[in-house]
Design a protein around this ligand. Structure first.
Ligand code: KG4
Ligand code: ZN
Length: 339
């Protein structure tokens, strides 16, 4: 079956075509709105929605052209139903339902984080179930136990800022433009390790919860107190990244030990961070677990992960129960409630 995947939950318009008959991912395209939101220092929801409207149809035409398929061949349309910005979600949802109605095929609403945590299944070395998933994005930091499709148990999550949010806010303090995560990671490469002592929040809490807002405050105090020359900024970036990576890696190791599982999946935008990957790989080699990542281009938001999640859901269900999801969006939506 040919599935169109649509992602419009935040500031990326993602579209993909996935073939369940063996060919897998045929084509995908993403338009990032980063340049548009940069002037405002963050995502402006109304602008995001309007841009999704502008981009969706040309991107969809593009993936059909790239894959050499026709719209009439679609067997289902998958879209991000939530969580995310309500107006942005509505654009993809409206498009998906209209198309599904015209073609008389199912419209399948997908949870954005389910897309992220299944995205490593699209890579060259996909993990088998069960696994522990570290979801680290701009809006979420969670450790989940994943026993199969829709079998997700929350092990721990952030009590305040998400890891990506901490990267972005710290980047702003260091004068880097939005979204600061990748820029901060680049700056950290020229930083000298250990120049600044930053806290490792909740590293010894004995549970799998996180807290990152204090780290950002510690950077704010450092930056206020000193002359922000380029090397100082790079050193602070390095110390910040080292702190956040150390906490994430320690909690992952604890989660692997607590569950007794041997596979760790890392997904979400922060999963693209090289320092985090190196640290987790080393930790895995030491402690005896394997680490799986999505392909780099599928770490951030994309339509491929949405199409894949729908394909796996359809595969799992009886053919008779394929129905159109109700029209609506879920800006707030708990992954654990998925059935
Ligand atoms: O998953 P994602 O694309 O969108 C959300 O669902 O939030 O994640 C975006 C987040 C942003 O906070 C961005 O700064 C961060 O991922 N990010 C990174 C890197 N690449 C993206 N953070 C640290 N290092 C990176 N290389
Ligand atoms: Zn995301």
């Amino acid at each position: 079956m040919l599935i169109l995947g649509i992602e419009t939950s935040c500031d990326e318009t993602g579209v993909a075509l996935y073939d369940t008959a063996g060919a897998g991912l045929l084509a995908h395209a993403v338009h990032s709105q980063v340049a548009m939101h940069e002037a405002y220092g963050g995502v402006v929801p109304e602008l995001a929605s309007r841009d999704h409207i502008r981009r969706l149809i040309p991107l969809a035409r593009g993936v059909f052209g790239q894959a050499g398929r026709e719209i009439e061949q679609l067997g289902a349309v998958a879209y991000t139903e939530g969580p995310g910005l309500a107006g942005a979600l509505l654009v993809g949802t409206s498009f998906a339902h209209a198309l599904a109605l015209v073609l008389d095929v199912p419209a399948i609403g997908i949870h954005h984080l389910e897309g992220h945590l299944l995205s490593p299944l699209l890579s060259q070395h996909p993990p088998a179930f069960p696994f522990v998933a570290l979801l680290v994005s701009g809006g979420h930091t969670q450790l989940m136990r994943v026993d199969g499709i829709a079998r997700y148990a929350l092990l721990g999550e952030t009590q305040d800022d998400a890891a990506g949010e901490a990267f972005d806010k710290t980047a702003t303090l260091l004068g880097l433009s939005y979204p600061g995560g990748p820029a901060l990671a680049r700056l950290a490469e020229s930083g000298i390790p250990g120049r600044h002592r930053l806290p490792r929040p909740m590293i010894a809490s004995g549970d799998l919860e996180f807290s990152f807002s204090g780290l950002k405050t510690a950077v704010m105090l450092l930056v206020r107190a000193a002359d922000p020359d380029p090397q100082f900024r790079a050193d602070v970036a390095r110390s910040f990244q080292d702190a956040i990576v150390e906490v994430l890696a320690a909690k992952c190791a604890q989660a692997m030990e607590a569950t007794g599982l041997t596979r760790l999946v890392v997904a979400g935008g922060v999963g693209a961070n090289h320092a985090l990957r190196a640290r987790l790989d080393a930790q895995g080699a030491r402690s005896g677990f394997d680490v799986y990542y999505p392909e780099p281009e599928l770490c951030t938001d994309n339509g491929a992960m949405i199409a894949l999640a729908a394909a796996l859901r359809l595969q799992q269900q009886d053919r008779q129960v394929r129905k159109r999801s109700a029209f609506g969006v879920r800006p707030r939506w708990d992954l654990e409630t998925l059935t």
